[in-house]
Design a protein around this ligand. Structure first.
Ligand code: NAD
Ligand code: TDX
Length: 336
């Protein structure tokens, strides 16, 4: 196995990146983490505050800054690359930052990893595979052709292609993972589950896009972290692994579960305008990761994970309050 002791986590102040930093600090005491994060609207240093200063260092900066990477990357064993513009609705309103961070940023990291011979794990999404029909028995596998739909997913697809080319052409030691929809603490209130929980806490009716029958395959962010660690340390260079926990649910079912858990009536929500190009269904077959690397998810009870997440947002209003108003103002302008 590959045993890194000094890693860079890009995007470590965002939702999944910060959960990964907590996971590493708790489970791998020999590892020092350098978080490299630009602190965009989605990055919050509070997400990693309170972790031991000797274990975690924050470098505020842009992954597109080649000079900065030349200074920060040497001396590290690995880069775990979470930094991205991550929200589909934002990518539809203004795609440019997605091109820059997701495509150019990944290119810059690949060049730095090539120059200093550093191992890279690239974190990507199941959205690169496009969508499935509701009645299609198929799920995505590592062999599914790329067919991204949104500006966001097309830039993630482009970044995956760059990683594959840098492995083959330059021998960069990289792996890729494509994960399904994450939920858990520290997720920005622009995303579906936190948006609806915090709307209800604010006495505002939740907002459901389209006909509400779109399906997402939910995984707890801690299971995503354990999968990324497994691939970083035991994955085969050049390989792609799909990460998922068999959590397919329609949006309306998830919303009704939130409403029930928070003591609201099942129809106490608003139907709003659909997302343009809205993917119908995502579904992951993670057999390769389970079979070849022995990974398994631990949070297999979605209802209890959801209830814990609701409790977290109830108890952390001071964390989400500062971004709530601007997020809802942006949605209101889009009729959503
Ligand atoms: P997020 O938006 O919550 O966090 C992104 C982080 O990256 C923020 O801290 C932000 O400040 C930072 N960042 C953005 N641009 C940067 C730049 N140019 N330089 C340095 N830092 C920058 O995103 P997330 O939901 O935590 O997603 C993390 C990764 O996981 C992304 O690559 C995303 O594509 C992937 N992913 C997300 C999901 C999901 O359900 N959220 C599922 C599969 C894969
Ligand atoms: O208010 C809402 N109402 C609603 O019905 C919002 C914000 C979303 N939705 C729907 C759209 C999707 O079908 O809920 C579903 C989930 O939406 P998002 O939370 O925006 O996630 P999604 O577009 O599926 O993408 C997420 O999973 C894959 C992450 O944001 C991506 O970064 C990741 O790659």
């Amino acid at each position: 196995a590959f045993c890194p002791t000094n890693i860079i986590v890009t995007g470590g102040c965002g939702f999944i990146g910060s959960n990964f930093v907590h996971y590493v600090v708790e489970n791998h005491p020999e590892v020092h983490v350098t978080v490299l994060d630009k602190l965009t609207y989605a990055g919050n240093p509070e997400n990693i505050a309170g972790l031991p200063a000797g274990r975690v260092e924050l470098v505020v900066g842009d992954i597109c800054d080649a000079g900065l990477l030349d200074r920060v990357v040497p001396g590290h064993d690995a880069v775990v690359h979470f930094a991205a513009e991550s929200h589909n609705d934002n990518s539809i309103a203004d795609p440019e930052p997605f091109l820059r961070t997701n495509v150019e940023g990944t290119f810059r990291l690949l060049e730095a990893c090539r120059k200093f011979d550093v191992r890279l794990h690239h974190v990507s999404t199941d959205e690169v595979y496009g969508d499935l029909a509701l009645d299609d028995p198929a799920r995505f596998t590592e062999e599914t052709p790329y067919r991204p739909s949104s500006p966001y997913s097309s830039t993630k697809a482009a970044s995956d292609m760059l990683v594959r080319a840098w492995v083959r052409t330059y021998g960069v030691r990289a792996t890729i993972s494509n994960c399904s929809n994450n939920y858990g603490p520290y997720q920005h209130v622009e995303k579906f589950i936190p948006r609806q929980i915090t709307n209800i806490l604010d006495g505002v009716r939740p907002k459901l896009y389209g006909d509400g029958r779109n399906v997402r395959d939910w995984i707890h962010t801690e299971d995503h972290s354990s999968a990324v660690w497994t691939i970083l340390t035991r994955g085969i260079i050049g390989e792609t692994y799909l990460i998922g926990a068999d959590g397919e649910r329609s949006n309306i079912d998830v919303l009704r579960a939130i409403l029930a858990a928070m003591g609201r009536e099942p129809d106490d929500f608003d139907w709003v305008k659909d997302r343009p190009g809205h993917d119908r269904r995502y579904a992951i077959d993670s057999a390769k990761l389970r079979r070849e690397l022995g990974w398994e998810p631990r949070h297999t009870d979605f209802m209890s994970g959801l209830e814990q997440t609701i409790t977290w947002y109830r108890e952390h209003e001071s964390w989400w309050r500062p971004s709530k108003e601007a997020t809802e103002a942006k949605y209101a302008k889009q009729g959503q």
